[in-house]
Design a protein around this ligand. Structure first.
Ligand SMILES: Nc1ncnc2c1ncn2[C@@H]1O[C@H](COP(=O)(O)OP(=O)(O)OP(=O)(O)O)[C@@H](O)[C@H]1O
Length: 218
């Protein structure tokens, strides 16, 4: 599903990672750990084609990002990816339900029942008509998670999706991600500092300046 081959990325003269390789299969749940600033979000952005790597390859579902122009990358993101951004990026002018349903709309689909079911699944049942400004930080994070999975993407990239949540709500969100992997066969790459989240993963990897290495959940 995802093949990363000898990826390198710097910002100016400052290297982030030098030689990072990873294979992620369908139905696999991988957690990425690493100190703040080591490059976890940068890696997710390179995978999503939002940042260009300096060297190496990213291949998603058989498609090499280097062969795709901006439109091709945007299409790949719409069809194949679900991204939970660290900063949520919930759109302020859309209702909660319209934010969650946006990936479906971009694919020409309309499924209010699925949007409702996902809002329920993340504990936001009944809040669909609200404006994002009327939600708490943890609620916004859950809107972002529901939006990332609504179109059943083949690859979910989740950047600290439980960072603002209490343990019970975090467990609920992790359940939802796990269902996408176990029952719907998608692949999930989860950046986390949370032990409970890493413990759910099939593999736990540590991001270092040199690349990835195996880690055991703390
Ligand atoms: N657009 C940018 N321009 C210059 N430097 C950047 C840019 N984006 C990130 N960096 C730097 O790249 C490094 C990796 O940042 P990144 O956000 O990927 O880290 P992270 O591991 O996700 O951190 P955290 O756990 O704190 O979210 C950091 O040193 C950061 O300051």
């Amino acid at each position: 599903m995802l093949h990363i081959d000898h990826l390198a990325k710097s910002f100016g003269d400052t290297p982030v990672f030098r030689d990072l390789s990873l294979d992620l299969a369908r139905g696999e749940f991988v957690a990425l750990l690493g100190e703040s600033g080591v490059g976890k979000s940068t890696l997710l952005n390179c995978i999503a084609g939002l940042e260009d790597a300096d060297a190496g390859r990213v291949v998603i579902d058989g498609r090499d990002l280097a062969t795709l122009d901006d439109d091709g990358r945007a299409r790949l993101r719409r069809q194949t990816l679900g991204f939970v951004f660290q900063a949520f990026h919930v759109l302020p002018h859309l209702s909660v339900a319209d934010n969650v349903g946006l990936p479906l709309r971009l694919l020409g689909r309309h499924d209010p029942a699925r949007v409702d079911a996902l809002l329920q699944a993340v504990g936001l049942g009944g809040l669909g008509a609200r404006a994002p400004a009327q939600l708490s930080g943890g609620q916004l994070q859950r809107v972002a998670i529901a939006r990332a999975v609504v179109h059943r993407p083949a690859l979910i990239l989740a950047d600290e999706p439980t960072g603002n949540l209490d343990p019970t709500t975090a467990a609920r969100v992790l359940d939802l991600l796990q269902v996408q992997v176990r029952e719907h066969g998608c692949a999930c790459l989860l950046v986390t500092h949370a032990e409970a989240a890493a413990a759910r993963a099939d593999r736990v990897l540590q991001v270092t300046a040199m690349g990835l290495r195996s880690a055991v959940a703390a």
